[in-house]
Design a protein around this ligand. Sequence first.
Ligand code: FES
Length: 157
Amino acid sequence: MELSDSTLQRRHFLIQAGSLLGIGIAAAAIPGLITSCQQNESPVNTGVKKEVDISQYPELQNDFGAVKISFTGLNENMPVIIIRKSAGNFLVLSSKCTHEGCMVDDPDTSAKTISCPCHGSKYSELDGSVINGPAQSSLKQIPSSFDTATNILTITL
Ligand code: FES
């Protein structure tokens, strides 16, 4: 079958228009995808293990004592909060507020809460859960294991 010049021109026009329409739709969708990724971003656990000698921290010799420790380049460069729940039982939380990412304060060990100075969110020191918003989700719990023989807490960041 032979196509006339006008048919070829029309076909060429339709192909180009379709391509431009496709590019337009993709361009419109990509910023939305990027925005949605940024809003739902959660701290990445890299699997890097760090050892902390608990005997070096007087704060961790009593129940609900807590310390903030930084590990450069890990946990999005935010310190972790180590909380002693009981002898040999530790909870490790990220200090990154789940609202807009500010660093939360040191735990109030008498009230057993952790506050965020930016917009007033309050978390439980017992498990990192939200007590008061605007934060909607708990502080990130970071896996850890404690060796009673060596007094070493291994944190997986
Ligand atoms: S960033 Fe913590 S309450 Fe908003």
